[in-house]
Each structure stands twice: as structure tokens, then as C-alpha cells.
Design a protein around this ligand. Structure first.
Ligand code: BLA
Length: 760
């Protein structure tokens, strides 16, 4: 919507919004207002038309008490009434005041107490022909309500209201005016004299009814301006002589409308008006606005009847408004259940939300949706591209919204969204856990709004005596505005449905986090079990093993003569078994020491690690006349000792599983995207690829120990080292020709991954 000066944008309206219209101390001239002190009922202030209506001068009346004006019989009734909790029992009270001789004027007397506790009596002329007996009014209301019950849509319903109000009051034009969220309003139903120009469908800017006026309408439900062009009457004295404050006239029925509003009515060509507030859940929902071209008086009783009708009908209407959404809400609830079902059956909640019918889009009637979770986007329907979404999510994070954020005009809040307005002019987002979101999108819908007068010039300002004066626009001629960069608005039920989904998702995510924590805990336990075992193995098992070796060797030495060759062979087997067991224990220890948490990842020269491995292997290299070549090695973030062990194991394997040819081993490296790809290539016997996975499993051997000695731990250790470095390891091979072991190490190491926001 255009940048109209609204309550949210008070730059142009500051003065207007601060106008204390409830203490203007002016009233309309058709009645008399008296401010009374209780309990004496002394007259403190009076409207200065008292002289023309009652024939008593203001100076004289200000020294009088109410009983000086009324006869004792009336006074008695009034005094009893004033003692009741509610003044409704005496309102209206017929009051007759003698003017001269036997000349009486009859009034409707209406009492109320204002915010400072002063009693205010307002006297309105009685126009008996307009009073309607309560029963016939009830009958009227009943007919209306019967009609209302049979109407189906909210708009039909509103139409009947304006019809009925017009029928009862006879105003030239009766409108139902509804406020939208930003305070602007629209005429949604209208009944009028045929020849009058229709206002139906027209919008009016929020500034037409300033904040103080709205606040007052919430407490005072019905207001009559019988003659918008008449001279106003001042209270005398202007200030309350006891409190020395202006008198609060919020609940007064005679209070004059502010000059600005009277000017407004005049500019609109309105002679008199009656306005009924429609309040829903304590907030001003709309107004029934009645206009007459000429002055028109409506009796207190009839006004009360209208107010009653307004209340009764409106309570029905707001229920109707709720039920209009009711069916939709039920439908959304069903979609919600279906989604929960799908999530519980799917591999993960994201699949559950996106892979089935109904899906995420149906929950809010959106055209596109994006789930941002764990640094990844999952998209459904029409969404902006991921490059835009990444920036959008960053922007959302800065909005400091707690649970839900929605707008039907994203490009106005976030200018980058202009680029994808056709898809994402509307946005509804819920946050699930830290920095993760579900976002729905709606396309731009270009709309034409008809305004009652140019909303950019809703009022004019002028300077007079150093004061800023506001006056309403002169022309109410239709003014069309094309609204762009906005989508259909999100309904409250849709926002509610999104919030419900949020609750469910948060529970799922929390549960997952719990499970992960449990898993990590279990792993920790099993790791520490393994470490304990390794410790026990290295110390406690070593002892008895040594004992076995020592005693077996002692046996051989002492009984050397007595033993035959078989016995000596058995002793050899026993010694070999023990030494194999010692190697096994050493390997298990080595395996258990490859522990991510203990490693300090640092920039490490791979060349150094390789050199150290080659030094450790120099004997085997020489014995096998192996040729080892390598590419220039990079530096990586990692653990030097582990890398050394990795190379040592891989090169040792390459030598061990040599063929008849002398071993030729090449260690290669190249950069692939975000990782280094290392290779250890040999010309050995090769591996049948059906075993390619098995060889990395702890204690798995392809060959018998007789063929190739070893524990079967070497590659398992390699795999664990590479996993600690967040890399991958695998083998490619041709039987009889050789094998190449590949492994990767991320360029930035583990830290780099964390920085990139990926899950580790
Ligand atoms: C009051 N303005 C109102 C009221 C309506 C409107 C219905 C309530 C009138 C009442 O209580 O009797 C506006 N009337 C409309 C609209 C339509 C209509 C939109 O018939 C559409 C068909 N108004 C201005 C400017 C000012 C202003 C510039 O346009 C301020 C300087 C003030 N309007 C204003 C004030 C009131 C008001 C102060 C309260 C009147 C009062 O009770 O004192």
C-alpha cells in the first residue's frame, strides 16, 4: 500500500493523534449539558445555550442546585435512581422544566458520571413521534435476526445489517465500514437512496479517524451529530471550578465532534450522522456509519435501539466471521495431522513434509516453500533460487523474530526480494531450533484499490498563529491505486497452522538432538571401554604372556636334552603364538589410540609424515628392493603422527602384497575441489574387488597368516585415521596388476568444515 501517513507513521499525524478531543468542552446546540457536584447536585458548569432553551441566564443557574430547577416529585425519583449501581435504570428520565408560568419544556434526561466522578446531566428535546415502544423494537430486531440466520456469507450478513438499520432510522445512507490491520478501512456493505453515488468498496485512510477518536469509540458505542453545520456551544465556565481541569466528555451524548470532523462531513456533503461502534474482543472492528444529507435528529430511545441492534447483530456477525474460518481451520487441522503422520513414517521429517500429498504447501495455501535445516535447503513448489534463499535466511535471522514472521509485501521490507517478487512477494516463516526455518512463499498479486479521495492527500496542513492546523481533504472523488509487490495476505488461521507445525517440528528436532546426544554418549562409553581394554591388554595381558614365553623358553633350555624334535617344534609354535599375540595387542593399542578428541589438528607438512614413514620402513624397502616415488606433498590440517602411521601402513601393505616383480610404489596427490586426494599405487598382487570393503574392517584378513603375516588391523587403523580427518578411504585394484589406495583430506581440515557450517 502507498506510504500513507498512518498511526504507525506518525510524522504527519502527530498533532492529530494527540488531539484531546474528549475535553473540547463544546457541545451540540440541540440539548443542554449540566455538570453537577454530588451529593449536593450543585450546578458547576452549564452549556451556554441554557438561556435560549430554558430562559435562565448562565450566571444565575451557576448558583443553583438541581432541585431549584425540578419539582420535588421528579427530584425524589432522580435521587433514588442516582443511588443505583447503574444509571441505566433512570436513563432516559423524562424531565420537565417550567420556563415561565405554566409553560413547560419536556426533555429526555440522561445521566452519567465521567472519569473524574462528576455527574453529568444532558437534556435532549423529546421527539415523541420517533420513540418506539420496546416491544415493537424487539419485534423489529427479531425479524432482522431471523433474516440474518438464513444468510450464508459474511457479506450478505453485513448487507442485512445496513438494510435493517436504514429501515429503523431512515438515514439516506447506511454503511458498514470495516477496519483492516493497518487501520485503513473499507465500506463492505451499503444501503442508500438510489440517486446517491455509491461508496461501496471504497477504502479510506486510517488518518480519517485519528487514534483518540477510535479510543473513545471503544467506550462510547453510539454517537449522533444531528446537524453538522450548526454553531457549537461552549461550556460555562470552560474549566471545572472545583478541579480546575477541563471536564471529560467521553461518554457525553451532546459532546460536539471535533471541528476537523465536522469539516470532513461538510466536505463530504453530509448534513447529519449517526455512528455505531462495532467492537470485537475489545477492539474496534468497524463502524456502522449513517449519513443524512440534511439535519436529522434521532431520539435517545431509537439510538439505544440501534446500539442494541448493533451489539446483538454484531455478536452474531463476529461469530459468523469466526465460523467462516472454521471450516478452513478444520481443513488445515486435517492437513496438519496428515503431515505429522507422514513425518512419523518417513526417514526424516523433511521427507515427511515434502514427499507426500498433502504437503507443506497445503498447510498455508502457499505456492512455494523452503525448509532450511542443518545448512541445507529442501524446496517445494515455486521458490526463489537457493542463492537468493541463503541471503534471505540471513536477513530473517537479523529480524529478531521469535516464532513467526510474516508479511504480504516482502519487497517493501527487503528490497532484494524485488528480484523474485513474482514468486515471493508474500512470506511466512517459522523458526525451528537455532537458525533453521520453514519458509512459505506467495506470488505477487496486482490489485486495484479504490479510495474515497486521494489517500496521499488525506488531509491538508496549514500554519496559523504558530500552530499547525489540519483540515480534511476537499475532494472525495474516487482515486484508484494499483497495488504491487504484494501477495494475498496470510490469514490468521494459516499463521496459526504454521505455528502449530512449528511446535511439532521443535519437538521432533529436540527429540533428534536427544537421540544424537544419547548416541554420542553410548559411543563415548564404548570408546572408553575400548581404551580400558587396550590398557588392560597392554599391561595386564603382557604380564602373563611374558610368563608363558619365559617358562616355555626355560622348558626348552632346561630340558633341551630330554625333548624330542616334535616337542621342540611345539615349543616353537607356542613362542610364535605368543609373539603374534603381542603384535595383536600392540595393534589394538595403536587402533584405540587413534582418537579424534585427543588429536591436535595443526597445519602439518605431509612430506614430513611421509619421510618418517619411509625411514621406519627402510629395512623392508631395502629387503624387497622396492622403488618408492612421490609427488610434491601439500600441507594439510591434521595430525602428523597419524599421517605418518597412515603412510607407513599403506606402504608396508604395498610391499607385503608384492608380486614377483620388484615393488614399485608411487604416492600421488592432487586437489579436487575442497579436498586433497592422495593415492598409494603399487604393482603388487592386487585385491579382488569383492573384498574391497572388507579389508578396512578390524581383524578381517583375506589371506592366511602363513601366506602373509599380520593381524588384519593395519587398514582398519588407516580407515579410522582418515575418518578422524573427515576424509574417505577406498581402494581400486586389478587382480595380478596392483592396487591403488585412495584417501581424501579436506583442505580446511575439520575446522574448515565447521566454518562452512556443515554438520560434522
Ligand atoms: C471521526 N471520522 C470520524 C468518524 C468517522 C470518520 C466515521 C466517526 C464519526 C462519529 O463518531 O460520529 C470517517 N466517515 C468517515 C469515513 C467515512 C465516513 C472514513 O462516512 C467513509 C464513508 N478526520 C480527518 C482529519 C481529521 C479528522 C484530517 O479526515 C483531523 C484533523 C478527525 N474524525 C476526526 C476526529 C473524529 C473523527 C477528531 C472524532 C470526532 C469526534 O467524535 O470528536
Amino acid at each position: 500500500m502507498v506510504n500513507i501517513k498512518t498511526e504507525e507513521n506518525p510524522s504527519g499525524l502527530k498533532d492529530l493523534d494527540e488531539q484531546p478531543i474528549h475535553i473540547l468542552s463544546q457541545i451540540q446546540p440541540h440539548g443542554v449539558l449540566l455538570v453537577l457536584e454530588e451529593p449536593s447536585l450543585r450546578i458547576l458548569q452549564v452549556s451556554s445555550n441554557v438561556e435560549s432553551i430554558l430562559g435562565i441566564s448562565t450566571e444565575i443557574i451557576l448558583h443553583k442546585y438541581l432541585e431549584d430547577l425540578l419539582d420535588p416529585f421528579q427530584m425524589e425519583r432522580i435521587e433514588i435512581g442516582l443511588k443505583q449501581d447503574s444509571l441505566d435504570f433512570i436513563n432516559p428520565t423524562k424531565i420537565w422544566i417550567r420556563i415561565k408560568g405554566d409553560d413547560y419544556v419536556i426533555f429526555d434526561g440522561i445521566f452519567h458520571r465521567n472519569s473524574s466522578g462528576y455527574l453529568i446531566l444532558e437534556l435532549e428535546p423529546t421527539t415523541s413521534q420517533e420513540s418506539i415502544p420496546f416491544l415493537s423494537f424487539y419485534h423489529l430486531a427479531k425479524i432482522s435476526i431471523n433474516q440474518l440466520e438464513s444468510s450464508s456469507s459474511l457479506i450478505d450478513f453485513c448487507q442485512i445489517i445496513v438494510q435493517e438499520v436504514r429501515k429503523i432510522t431512515g438515514f439516506d445512507r447506511v454503511m458498514l465500514y470495516k477496519f483492516d490491520l493497518d487501520g485503513h478501512g473499507e465500506v463492505i456493505a451499503e444501503e442508500k437512496r438510489e440517486e446517491m453515488e455509491p461508496y461501496l468498496g471504497l477504502h479510506y485512510p486510517a488518518s480519517d479517524i485519528p487514534k483518540p477518536a477510535r479510543k473513545m469509540f471503544s467506550s462510547n458505542w453510539i454517537r449522533l451529530i444531528p446537524d453538522a453545520a450548526t454553531e457549537l456551544v461552549q461550556l460555562f465556565p470552560e474549566i471545572n471550578p472545583i478541579s480546575h481541569q477541563p471536564t471529560d466528555l467521553t461518554y457525553s451524548i451532546l459532546r460536539s465532534a471535533s471541528p476537523c470532523h465536522l469539516q470532513y462531513l461538510h466536505n463530504m456533503g453530509v448534513g447529519s450522522s449517526l455512528t455505531i461502534s462495532l467492537i470485537k474482543e475489545g477492539k474496534l472492528w468497524g463502524l456502522i456509519a449513517c449519513h443524512h444529507l440534511t439535519p436529522k435528529y434521532v431520539s435517545y430511545e431509537l439510538r439505544k435501539a440501534c446500539e442494541f441492534l448493533g451489539r446483538v447483530i454484531f455478536s452474531e456477525l463476529s461469530e459468523r466471521e469466526d465460523t467462516e474460518d472454521y471450516d478452513y481451520r478444520i481443513q488445515l487441522n486435517q492437513i496438519q495431522s496428515a503431515l505429522i503422520d507422514a513425518m512419523s513414517q518417513a526417514e526424516n521429517f523433511i521427507d515427511g513434509l515434502t514427499q507426500h500429498q498433502p504437503n507443506l504447501l497445503d498447510l498455508t495455501s502457499a505456492q512455494g516453500a523452503a525448509i532450511y535445516f542443518g545448512g541445507k535447503f529442501t524446496l517445494v513448489g515455486e521458490t526463489p533460487p537457493e542463492t537468493d534463499l541463503i541471503l534471505l535466511v540471513q536477513w530473517l535471522q537479523k529480524q529478531n523474530q521469535k516464532e513467526v514472521f510474516y508479511t504480504n509485501s516482502l519487497p517493501k521490507l527487503y528490497s532484494d526480494a524485488q528480484g523474485f517478487k513474482a514468486i515471493g512477494s508474500g512470506l511466512l516463516a517459522i523458526s525451528i531450533s537455532h537458525k533453521n526455518y520453514v519458509i512459505w512463499f506467495r506470488p505477487e498479486v496486482i490489485q486495484t484499490v479504490k479510495w474515497g479521495g486521494n489517500p496521499h492527500q488525506a488531509f491538508e496542513t496549514s500554519q496559523a498563529e504558530g500552530q499547525v492546523l489540519l483540515s480534511p481533504r476537499k475532494s472525495f472523488e474516487q482515486w484508484k491505486e494499483t497495488l504491487r509487490l504484494q501477495s494475498l495476505p496470510w490469514k490468521q488461521v494459516e499463521i496459526q497452522a504454521a505455528l502449530e507445525l512449528r511446535k511439532t517440528l521443535i519437538n521432533i528436532v529436540l527429540k533428534q538432538a536427544d537421540e544424537l546426544a544419547q548416541l554420542a554418549h553410548d559411543l563415548e562409553l564404548s570408546n572408553s571401554d575400548l581404551k580400558k581394554f587396550a590398557y588392560v591388554a597392554s599391561h595386564d595381558l603382557q604380564e602373563p604372556l611374558n610368563q608363558v614365553v619365559n617358562y616355555v623358553q626355560l622348558l626348552e633350555m632346561r630340558y633341551h636334552q630330554a625333548l624330542d624334535d616334535d616337542a621342540k617344534q611345539f615349543i616353537n609354535y607356542a613362542v610364535e603364538g605368543v609373539s603374534l599375540m603381542q603384535t595383536l595387542i600392540d595393534d589394538i593399542l595403536a587402533y584405540s589410540k587413534v582418537d579424534m578428541q585427543r588429536i591436535e589438528f595443526q597445519f602439518t607438512e605431509v612430506q614430513t609424515a611421509l619421510d618418517r614413514a619411509l625411514i621406519n620402513l627402510r629395512k623392508r624397502i631395502a629387503e624387497n628392493q622396492a622403488t618408492i616415488t612421490y609427488d610434491p606433498m601439500p600441507n594439510v590440517l591434521g595430525d602428523g603422527t597419524q599421517l605418518m602411521q597412515l603412510f607407513q601402513n599403506l606402504i608396508a601393505n604395498a610391499i607385503k602384497f608384492r608380486s614377483a616383480k620388484s615393488p614399485e610404489i608411487h604416492i600421488g596427490v592432487k586437489r579436487i575441489e575442497e579436498a586433497w586426494l592422495f593415492s598409494v599405487e603399487d604393482n603388487g598382487i592386487g585385491i579382488d574387488l569383492q573384498f574391497a570393503e572388507r579389508i578396512f574392517i578390524i581383524f578381517q584378513r583375506l589371506h592366511t597368516r602363513d601366506e602373509y603375516p599380520g593381524t588384519g588391523m593395519g587398514l582398519a587403523i588407516c580407515k579410522k585415521i582418515i575418518e578422524c580427518h573427515r576424509g574417505k578411504i577406498w581402494v581400486e585394484s586389478k587382480l595380478g596388476q596392483g592396487s591403488t589406495f585412495y584417501f581424501t583430506i579436506p583442505v580446511g581440515g575439520r575446522e574448515g568444515e565447521r566454518r562452512n557450517g556443515r554438520k560434522i
